[in-house]
Design a binder for this molecule. Sequence first.
Ligand code: KIV
Ligand code: NA
Length: 263
Amino acid sequence: IKKITVSNIRKMKSENEKISCITAYDYTSAKILDQAGIDIVLVGDSLGMVMNGYENTIPVTLDEMIYHTKSVKRGLQRAFLVTDMPFGTYNVSHEKAIENCVRVIKESGAEAVKLEGGAEVAPLVERLVKSGINVMGHIGLMPQSVHVMGGYKIQGKDGSEKLAADAMALEKAGAFSIVVEGVVADTAKKITAAVSIPTIGIGAGVHCDGQVLVYHDVFGLFDDFTPKFVKRYANLKEVAVKAAENYVREVKSGVFPDGGHSF
Ligand code: KIV
Ligand code: NA
């Protein structure tokens, strides 16, 4: 198995190869994705919702990101590993932000960090890249700004200038790729054309250079809410509930464990 590096990911755009990315938060899930040949595994702060049951990503801490990333790392042989910097860990000062990103890279095994923001975070991205840290940008709908936005709102409806400028600022600062979230397809297409680094879309149409989805959405494990952009590739929750019901029935009736499962 050939390990995917940041240069492979950059090259995929120039060679017109689409980039696949799914999130993971633990060892077993990471192994599943790696075996399937996924290019990038993202330890997203979406873990706040799907792992912890929070309403949004705001409460997630740096320690929690590191904890989950370490587990994911052990499950990967091929995929490139990116970790989200959670809310508040890169907003206070450049010094504090660099310190926190260095900690993530040092302790978690992540090969890159992702942080939300456009042109306004470009100076920080530049300092991080100069410090030897791979940075993935994240523009469009930025879930860490949920309170400021007043909900999750589709972006880029009134043209592509601002978002394309954000993407170009991130590219100039040295980001190696950019997540484009919740953006109308035509605007995402223009953003993608404006930069030579790959755009990884989520709810941003087919013209991005790659796609990312949340693990629990892909496999049909999470049903608190289902955004329009989510495509379920399996219904594992249904399978798991049926299996658990079966187990309960067999335990109650004494069918399990039988001789074959006893010593
Ligand atoms: O937290 C996350 O899972 C993300 C992806 C959806 C891009 O940021
Ligand atoms: Na995120």
